[in-house]
Design a protein. Structure first.
Length: 47
């Protein structure tokens, strides 16, 4: 049985991976639409 810590780490990792995948899809769609890469970088790299 996994400890509570292992479950939290696994959950956080999965969340982060899903978030990164979503950003990659958005980035690809924006590039396909012809959005200037400098504009994309301005917003994607912002926190």
């Amino acid at each position: 049985m996994k400890s509570e810590y292992e479950i939290r780490v696994t959950t956080q990792y999965s969340y982060n991976e899903g978030k990164a995948d979503g950003r990659a899809e958005i980035l690809q769609a924006m590039l396909a639409e012809g959005v200037d890469p400098a504009i994309i970088a301005k917003y994607i790299l912002q926190k």
